[in-house]
Design a protein around this ligand. Structure first.
Ligand SMILES: [Zn+2]
Length: 170
């Protein structure tokens, strides 16, 4: 029930966006095309979240900062224009499990010493988000085709400090 309600709210927001375009005086044919574009690409979104505790010491301007820890919060968004035969974009538990599998090796570790950061990639929130998003996409997108895909991953390093990586459409 909760899920259906959330979908309805998103759908309403989409409609408001279409009305807004009309008010700016675009041609009717233009509106129709825009509407098809929205419906075909991103009508539904689901979000799964997890957390892990890990340290890092970034190199900023050539200086390595002191090792310190964060409670990292990770949010992954799967989006698509239609649902599968069961009325799902993707099963929440499947998405959640994949996200947790990817983040598990980081838990209670120093990110500086973990793949892929051990190879000299600065473990910034941006790079953490990109790594998790790319891994999510490589593990899930094939199964989600053709109706959905991993759209983005946001990483909160500290309250109010959020980095997001959006996966390019392949
Ligand atoms: Zn930090």
């Amino acid at each position: 029930m909760v899920r259906g309600h959330a979908d309805l709210k998103r759908s309403n927001r989409l409609e408001i966006g279409v009305v807004g375009r009309f008010q700016r005086g675009e041609r009717v044919s233009g509106i129709a095309l825009e509407r098809v574009f929205h419906l075909g690409s991103r009508m539904y979104e689901i979000t799964v979240q997890t957390e892990f505790c890990a340290g890092h010491s970034l190199v900023i301007g050539g200086q390595r900062e002191k090792l310190h820890g964060h409670n990292w919060k990770v949010k992954a968004v799967i989006a698509g224009g239609s649902l599968d035969h069961d009325g799902l974009l993707c099963d929440f538990h499947t998405c959640e499990e994949v996200l947790q599998e990817i983040c598990e090796p980081f838990h209670n570790e120093n990110l500086d010493d973990r793949e892929p950061f051990v190879k000299g990639v600065n473990p910034s929130a941006e790079h953490v988000a990109r790594y998790i998003a790319t891994e999510m996409a490589s593990r899930l997108d094939e199964a989600l085709k053709p109706h959905a895909r991993v759209q983005s991953v946001s990483v909160t390093e500290a309250p109010g400090c959020i980095a997001t990586y959006r996966v390019e459409k392949s």
